[in-house]
Design a protein. Sequence first.
Length: 85
Amino acid sequence: VTQLSGQDPALSKGGPNALKLHSSILYDIILKGSFKEILGFIYEMYRVDPLIRVSDFQVHQADGTDAAVAGLVAKLRVVVLARKN
């Protein structure tokens, strides 16, 4: 998990989806596992909190150098919203 500095350009002031009531924090998360495990993780984030969203994701086949990898690697961009004070 990596926290990114700044905001998603689409959510910043003047962007197409500018936030007025919330601020946002961006994270990049890298997951290794099966397709079912990755989709399950994305669904749990959606189900648990309406202020957490996956805004972008990439999935590719693992390169085989890690014996624990179950076949796929996913990179997720996650946006967490918080109320502005």
